[in-house]
Structures are given as structure tokens and as C-alpha cells.
Design a protein around this ligand. Structure first.
Ligand code: RBZ
Ligand code: NIO
Length: 348
């Protein structure tokens, strides 16, 4: 599926479906608007799916798994070999997000979009890891587009399987370095501000990480007005793949729940490629990682959850599903004012 053709398919949300959904909320016997963002998110999903008959029965988490050459620079607490190990554990439902996903009835779809060795994870490899951004661009522009297209194709395959809603996750040692680099360029903020300790780093390690990011940006001069250039020069296959998931979701008219810092950096790139994508994205939590809040602000999204999480894998996104389920149960099952024979509140 070609990126250019997919972009052409992306439309504004359906206003009529949103209005019908709002009407249903307003008829429910409770104080108007009192479920706040939980009402708004169901309205958003109506607009995305062009129907006020919202269904969230089948849900999938896409986990983009890839390695990053920049790990050679000592910007992480653990080595690249951990990416493959954790990614293969997803296949056995043995990771934090898998446990949470089972609880929330979310199916887990890890994808090997660029792990540095062969794995048992479904193979959509663009390459065996990216180049070290301190010295070379992470990937070619063609590879960035290819990774985006892997994300797009994944969405259409899941839509075909009947999924109603998707969530984003990733696994890739070193990907808070690449996400911070992408964020620094796209937000026009110094690496100091948007770079944190990722999966754990000493203070000296953090200093080095910021320096490496600053040097990579200085060397490659990514064009902030061209998110594909930014992804190619200082991003990763996982981030580009996730950008493709957002673009694909918008084209396929399927809502997508965004996880934390890395997922938000990918979202910012996707929205830079096609601004309309923003309406198809549902935020979940605010990552504790430096830059997490700034990315949400730049996307104009408020988090549902503030739990100081910074784990990745899609954990924050999956954590939102029980809340979405409760919102939808009220929306679908609650009595209306008419049914319990009291006069409806008038909007103020
Ligand atoms: C065992 C382990 C499991 C993980 N699961 C997610 N991450 C998270 O940490 C990584 C990013 O942090 P950094 O940039 O510091 O490497 C990503 O893989 C992210 O998903 C993990 C990290 C580790 C070590
Ligand atoms: O918020 C995230 O996505 C995150 C933060 C730190 C480490 N891994 C992921």
C-alpha cells in the first residue's frame, strides 16, 4: 500500500455520526456531560467510524519492534540483544503489556520491523537495525517510507480481521534516544528538554545521551517541515512503523489509542505528514519520560491517565481500555430520561 495513495483517503470525521452520538449521551439519565472525556471519546469514535453505534469488542495492540544503531554510543542501560528477547516474549504472552492486555481483552500483534537478528516475531523487517545516527543517517528515505507502509498495511490487515480499535506500542532498546531526537527537531526544543533516562540511565549516561542526540541533529540537519526526512535521519524503524499505523488508521477509519513518549513522537511525525490524522488518535496516558507532556501539548491532546508510567510496549494505551469499556457500557445500556420518566436537563 503506497503512502501517497493512503494520504488521499484520509477524510475529516463524520459530523452527523458525532451529533447522533452526542444526542444519545444527552438523553441518558445522568447530569449532562458528567462523564467528561469519557463521553467525548465515544463521540470521537462515532465520528471516526461514521456510526453512533459504537463497537469496541475486538481490539488489537500493534507493537513495532526494532533495533537502533545508536545503542553503540552507550545511551542505554542494557544492550540491543534485549530487544529480540522481549519481542519474542510477546509471542509467548510473557511481558508487562501482555499481562495487561489479557486483562483488558486486547489481542497483541508484535511485528519485527527491524530487530538486528532473525526472530520468531512476524517478519516485516526493513533491515537488521538502523545505522548509528551519531555518524550516519538512521536509514534511507526509501526505508523510512517502507517502514511507514509496513504500519499502514498492518492496520488494513487488522481491519480485515474485524478489529474495531487499535493501540500502539513498541519495543526497541535505544528508542527513547531516537524519539527524543525526533521530538527535539519537530518541537524545535533542545535535546536537554526532551531527553530523559528512558529505561534507566545514570546521570552521566543521560548527559552522554543528550550530547549524542545534539551531535546527530547537528550532523544530519533534518528538515523539521519534512517528517519523513526527520524519521530517516534520526528516527527508527519502530517510530516510522508507528507513524504508518496512525496514517493507516485514519485512512481505514479505525480509532487508534496512542501509548507514551515513543508512540507520541511517532504521532507527531504522522500528523506532520497529514494533519487530519490527529482526529483519529485517542490519547491514553502522559509518559513520565521528559518530553512526554510536551508531545501531548503539541498534539493538542489531554491524557486520560496520569500514572507516572514510562514502560512502553503499549502499556499506557492498554490501560485505557477498561475505562473505554465502562464509558461504552453506560452509553449503550443506561436508561434515558424518557425511560425513567423524568424531564431532561437543559444544557446550560
Ligand atoms: C527489559 C526491558 C523491557 C522493556 N519493555 C519496554 N521497554 C522500553 O524501554 C526501551 C526504551 O528505553 P531505552 O531508550 O532506554 O532503551 C524500549 O524498548 C521501550 O519499549 C523495555 C526496556 C527493557 C530494558
Ligand atoms: O513513554 C514511553 O513510551 C517510554 C518511556 C521510557 C521507556 N520506554 C518507553
Amino acid at each position: 500500500m503506497k503512502l501517497n495513495e493512503i494520504i488521499k483517503k484520509i477524510e475529516p470525521l463524520d459530523e452527523l455520526a458525532k451529533q447522533n452520538c452526542r444526542k444519545r449521551w444527552d438523553s441518558i439519565a445522568k447530569p449532562l456531560y458528567s462523564l467528561g472525556k469519557l463521553e467525548e471519546v465515544i463521540v470521537q469514535i462515532s465520528g471516526i467510524t461514521k456510526s453512533h453505534k459504537v463497537k469496541l469488542d475486538k481490539r488489537a495492540l500493534v507493537i513495532m519492534c526494532a533495533d537502533n544503531g545508536v545503542v553503540e554510543e552507550g545511551v542505554t542501560q542494557v544492550g540491543s540483544e534485549i530487544t529480540a528477547i522481549v519481542s519474542e516474549n510477546f509471542m509467548d504472552m510473557n511481558s508487562c503489556v501482555c499481562v495487561m492486555a489479557q486483562q483488558a481483552a486486547v489481542d497483541v500483534y508484535p511485528i519485527d520491523i527491524g530487530i538486528m537478528r532473525d526472530t520468531k516475531v512476524p517478519n516485516r523487517k526493513v533491515a537488521y537495525g538502523t545505522k548509528n545516527i551519531r555518524y550516519e543517517p538512521a536509514m534511507t528515505r526509501e526505508q523510512a517510507v517502507q517502514a511507514i507502509e509496513v504500519g499502514i498495511e498492518t492496520v488494513f490487515e487488522l481491519k480485515e480481521k474485524g478489529y474495531h480499535i487499535l493501540a500502539t506500542g513498541e519495543m526497541g532498546i535505544g528508542n527513547t534516544t531516537t524519539s527524543s531526537a525526533v521530538s527535539s527537531v519537530l518541537l524545535e526544543l533542545s535535546p536537554e528538554v526532551v531527553t530523559g533516562k528512558g529505561a534507566g540511565l545514570s546521570d552521566t549516561g543521560l548527559e552522554k545521551k543528550r550530547k549524542v542526540i545534539a551531535e546527530a541533529i547537528e550532523l544530519h540537519k533534518p528538515d523539521k517541515n519534512d517528517p519523513i526526512d526527520v524519521l530517516a535521519k534520526v528516527g527508527g524503524f519502530d517510530i516510522a512503523g508507528l507513524a504508518g499505523v496512525y496514517l493507516g488508521a485514519a485512512a481505514a477509519k479505525i480509532p487508534v489509542v496512542m501509548d507514551g513518549f515513543i508512540s507520541a513522537a511517532a504521532a507527531l511525525a504522522a500528523v506532520g505528514i497529514e494533519p487530519e490524522v490527529i482526529h483519529y488518535i485517542i490519547p491514553s496516558h502522559v509518559s513520565k519520560e521528559s518530553g512526554g507532556k510536551r508531545l501531548l501539548d503539541a498534539l493538542g491532546k489531554e491524557p486520560f491517565l496520569t500514572c507516572d508510567m514510562c514502560l512502553g510496549e503499549g502499556t499506557g494505551a492498554v490501560a485505557l481500555f477498561p475505562l473505554l469499556d465502562m464509558a461504552l457500557e453506560v452509553y449503550l445500556k443506561m436508561s434515558t430520561f424518557e425511560e425513567i420518566e423524568i424531564e431532561a436537563y437543559q444544557p446550560l
